[in-house]
Design a protein around this ligand. Structure first.
Ligand SMILES: Cc1cc2nc3c(=O)[nH]c(=O)nc-3n(C[C@H](O)[C@H](O)[C@H](O)COP(=O)(O)OP(=O)(O)OC[C@H]3O[C@@H](n4cnc5c(N)ncnc54)[C@H](O)[C@@H]3O)c2cc1C
Ligand code: SF4
Ligand code: SF4
Length: 497
């Protein structure tokens, strides 16, 4: 059964990765609200301002994403209840940013002049503190309100302190201070990007790093980036990190493009859509230009979901015809999933679209192995369909060893391609198939997880293991395999759940 959870573009996700980011909001509440009763608390603000300006000379808006007490308030308290909609373009526009800065400076200047009149009296520091505390409270209220009705970091687009940081950052770059210290979102290689847009969907500033990586530039140069690292934490390809300029080049050299270097864009037509389960469909693509896609089983393609926003999704090739002029992918619809809901609702037989592939190295099986162990759960079974097809059904590889597949699912109806694997196991003496259900509805199947089957098997240390499924499953399996003496370099894992 599908949940009716609606697919939204912007994803709420954890954004606080350090204790400072988790708890700095307490300072905001203390100064903004506490400062109304104890005005001296407001005197902390000038120190915060000096710190943020100093940081920005070297690292741009790093302060906003990592130390700012208001930012922490927006992320931790407003984010979870925010409507999370698109920030209107005018709130990001230069005139609004300039107008807010001018208004802020004018207002603060006016209030300073009033306070200056009390210089030399006992009142001076108290009144000065109140000016800052009240300003802090205003940001808390206005920023918080905008955060609730639009997006938690809406304020950060025109925050005067943020604008001042960008100006200081420009100065830092001009005089060379930021040259070696400027950490930016960096991609290992632009070629490894799935164009899935997840970095844009989780970005609290609603920026789109992946659209601005070019073949030559690995770095995301947008000055509005608050260096919060959320995109890197969420990238399914694991190819983003914060890096200094000299580190970017090193990363590029260190990371191999093997498995990704033969990829091309293809024009393709949807030849057939077959429903395998209520929420699982197989899509067959007829390749139009180029006409064939040579691939290794275990590799994946990028399927264009929405061309107007450059949105692709990665799907493992789950089979092809003999000359590779048609390829198949098997897609599970996710409750609340943006891409799969779009695909299930809009893709029709006869439609044409772009694909990019073949891609991927992790599940390219080494046929020289004498023992192969495949372990999958959920929709992680898809790569093993193409592998079984090439190795056992078609005999495309001179494989002389034994292979075992362990497949775990939740319910009977979640077992995808079960008949196919049963048939391959029946016809080949070299392929053994085990399946297990965590919540079987009937007594027909074993109850448990793939780890339960694995405990009863005794793979030799030479076995090559290919795992595809959830991270929890992969961790459990790896623990058992390691205890059995299988070295880490013989264990390959692709996570796409
Ligand atoms: C190499 C590789 C191979 C893959 N092969 C396959 C395959 O063969 N078959 C297959 O079905 N999939 C495969 N995938 C996964 C696939 O690429 C997609 O990630 C998957 O189809 C989900 O896409 P989606 O856009 O529907 O979900 P997304 O919208 O990207 O959502 C992903 C997850 O986040 C949650 N989420 C979405 N929106 C929100 C929100 N607003 N707040 C909180 N949580 C939210 C969703 O519930 C979902 O669990 C593969 C992935 C990789 C990396
Ligand atoms: S691009 Fe990444 S680091 Fe920059 S603000 Fe967005 S999520 Fe944070
Ligand atoms: S793989 Fe997805 S999240 Fe990672 S950089 Fe590319 S588009 Fe962004």
């Amino acid at each position: 059964m599908q949940s009716s959870k609606q697919a939204t573009f912007y994803i709420k996700t954890k954004r606080s990765f350090t204790p400072v980011r988790t708890y700095a909001w307490i300072l905001t509440v203390l100064i903004g609200i506490g400062g109304q009763f104890v005005p001296f608390l407001g005197l902390l603000v000038p120190f915060i301002m000096v710190a943020l300006m100093g940081t920005s000379l070297f690292k741009g808006k790093y302060w906003c994403g990592n130390f700012c007490p208001h930012g922490s308030f927006f992320d931790n308290l407003i984010g979870p209840v925010s409507r999370h909609t698109k920030i209107p373009a005018f709130l990001r526009s230069k005139p609004v940013i300039a107008a807010v800065l001018v208004f802020f400076m004018f207002n603060l200047g006016r209030r300073f002049i009033d306070v200056y009149a009390t210089l030399g009296t006992g009142e001076f520091l108290e009144r000065l503190g109140l000016v800052f505390a009240t300003t802090y409270l205003m940001v808390l209220l206005i920023g918080g309100l905008l955060g609730l009705v639009i997006n938690e970091r809406t304020w950060c687009h025109f925050c005067p302190m943020g604008t001042i940081q960008i100006l200081f950052y420009k100065l830092g770059k001009a005089i060379g201070l930021a040259k070696n210290t400027d950490e930016k979102v960096t991609v290992n290689h632009p070629e490894l990007c799935h164009s899935c847009g997840k970095c844009a969907r989780v970005c609290p500033m609603q920026l789109s790093p992946y659209l601005q990586f070019s073949e030559s530039s690995q770095r995301f140069d947008d000055e509005k980036c608050i260096r919060c690292n959320t995109c890197a934490h969420n990238c399914p390809a694991g190819i983003l990190q914060m890096a200094k300029p000299q580190e970017a080049e090193e990363i590029k050299e260190r990371v191999s493009l093997e498995g990704f270097d033969q990829a091309h864009y293809y024009r393709a037509r949807i030849k057939e859509i077959t429903s395998l389960k209520d929420d699982v469909r197989q899509f067959s693509f007829k390749l139009l230009e180029p006409a064939r896609m040579p691939y290794n089983p275990g590799q994946f393609v990028l399927v264009e979901v929405q061309p107007e926003i450059k949105m692709y999704r990665a799907y493992t090739i789950s089979g092809s015809n003999q000359d590779n002029s048609e390829i198949r992918v098997t897609i599970k619809k996710l409750a609340g999933g943006y891409g799969t809901n779009f695909i299930f609702d809009n893709f029709r037989e006869g439609d044409t679209l772009n694909l990019k592939g073949p891609l991927g190295n992790e599940l390219r099986v080494d046929p020289s192995s004498s023992e192969l162990l495949f372990i999958a759960n959920g929709i992680g079974i898809t790569p093993f369909v193409a592998i079984a097809q090439s190795f056992f059904e078609r005999g495309e590889y001179s494989f002389n060893g034994k292979a075992t597949l362990l497949y775990g699912a939740r319910y009977e109806e979640d077992l995808v391609n079960d008949d196919y694997f049963e048939k391959v196991a029946e016809e080949s003496n070299d392929f053994t198939y085990y399946k297990i259900l965590s919540r079987p509805r009937t007594g027909q199947y074993a109850k448990g997880y793939v780890t339960d089957i694995l405990k009863d098997l005794h793979p030799s240390p030479e076995t090559r293991v290919y795992i595809c499924g959830t991270a929890d499953m992969a961790n459990g399996v790896t623990e058992i395999l390691t205890a059995r003496g299988i070295p880490a370099e013989n264990i390959y894992y692709e996570n796409f759940i």
